[in-house]
Ligand binder design. Structure first.
Ligand code: ASP
Ligand code: MG
Length: 405
């Protein structure tokens, strides 16, 4: 029997009626003679509701107690789904992350999975049960509950797929696949049938919200196929897997992602010496803040300027750290802007095609869009611009690169 892992997001299980619909979909796969493991998120909006409650007590809330709280959303849905399956005459069991043997490190609110004791789930499967596991959560070796960061249920599902050597990891959501860009911004956006994990990793880390980047990274590393599917409509969705030469020769650009959750910080006039980058970025990394685009340019008189982006939520803390560094190195000044967006074009075809960057810049220029930072990799070009330019920039690029065709 093949093992299939299915993950249902919050919008798919937001009401008991929807949970019943999900149960029916699970039953179809079960009746196809498969072993089924289901990973669920909390009901739509529940994690935000819990976070808001905690923020009323302390706006800067984080750490262990927050994880005890926000992990409860998933405990509700595993139980409701198991109860629904049992009511429909199927043998199901719900497991919290801890009960399922999902062990993480001790970084509360952003924990990483370190191991999964797969014999626990396997034993239940061998006894004919449908196993329902709470996404987004795990446990430390000391028994503390942890969560994996927003959207973390995707990562739970992929990690469980790897641990069980599942045939496929099916991620059910409220869209029917991955699109060339967000259809709310570009109505001409098209569904992608097959995309490489490499491209998907870039798209999701650059702002496409369909999958948590860590989940894609995990899947790519262990070579598990992920299929993104709609809970509410039939279809084959989008398959995310290793590069397949015949299929992948197609478009140069696969998609355009954007991230509105960005802020930019600059420290001016730091000494241009070995070690300076690590002295500036080290303390920021120690606060567990992910620094993204980094640009250093040499100014005058042995001084350099250093600019980078951080998630908007971490802007204040990163700025604080930077102001401290500025004092230490006698830097000239620290400036920041938290009203920026990052727009990225992604495609494995860029490897074999020159001139994509210059075309991107000229399209933006002819639409009067000012670029404040640029970074490129083998399969991606990202720019930073004022947040007011977002819609226009995405639309003109989507058209210019014929993603609507
Ligand atoms: N419930 C968590 C969140 O809202 C995890 C998830 O949905 O994947 O972020
Ligand atoms: Mg999600």
């Amino acid at each position: 029997m093949a093992i299939i892992v299915q993950k249902y997001g919050g919008t798919s299980i937001g009401t008991v009626e929807k949970i019943s619909h999900v149960a029916d979909k699970i039953i179809v796969e079960k009746n196809n003679n498969n072993d089924i493991v289901v990973v669920v998120s909390a009901m739509d909006g529940e994690t935000n509701r819990l976070l808001d409650l905690a923020k009323k007590i302390n706006p800067e809330v984080n750490g262990r107690e927050l994880d005890v709280l926000i992990s409860t959303g998933e405990q509700v849905t595993i139980s409701l789904l198991a109860l629904t399956l049992i009511k429909k005459g199927y043998d199901a069991i719900s497991l919290t992350g801890s009960q399922a043997g999902i062990v993480t490190n001790t970084v509360f609110n952003k924990a990483r999975i370190e191991s999964i004791n797969n014999s626990i789930i396997k034993n239940y499967l061998n006894n004919g049960k449908i196993v329902i596991v709470a996404g987004f959560q795990g446990v430390t070796v000391d028994g503390d509950i942890t969560t994996l960061g927003r959207g973390g249920s995707d990562t739970s599902a992929v990690a469980i797929s790897v641990a069980l050597d599942a045939k496929e990891c099916q991620i059910f959501t409220d869209v029917d696949g991955v699109y060339t860009t967000d259809p709310r911004i570009s109505p001409g956006a098209k569904k992608i049938d097959h995309i490489t994990s490499e491209e998907m990793l870039e798209l999701s880390s650059q702002g496409s919200k369909v999958l948590q980047p860590r989940a894609v990274e995990f899947a790519g590393k262990y070579d598990v196929g992920i299929r993104v599917l709609s809970t509410f409509a039939d279809g084959t969705g989008t398959l995310i897997s290793k590069e397949n030469e015949q299929e992948m020769e197609k478009a140069i650009i696969s998609g355009i992602a954007f991230n509105e959750d960005e802020a930019q910080l600059t420290i001016r006039g730091v000494p241009d010496q070995p070690g300076i980058a690590s002295l500036i970025l080290g303390p920021i990394a120690e606060c567990n803040i992910e620094v993204d685009m980094i640009v250093q340019n040499v100014g005058e008189d042995g001084l350099a300027n250093f600019t980078f982006t951080v998630p908007r939520n971490d802007y204040k803390e990163a700025k604080k750290s930077l102001l401290k560094s500025a004092k230490n190195f006698n830097a000239k000044k620290v400036i920041g802007n938290d009203k920026i967006v990052k727009i990225s074009m992604v495609g494995v075809g860029m490897r074999t095609h020159a001139g994509i960057a210059s075309k991107m810049f000229s399209v933006l220029a002819s639409n009067n869009i000012n670029i404040s930072m640029i970074s490129t990799s083998e399969i991606k070009i990202s720019i930073v611009t004022d947040e007011n330019n977002l819609d226009t920039a995405v639309n003109v690029l989507h058209k210019a690169f014929e993603l609507d065709k």
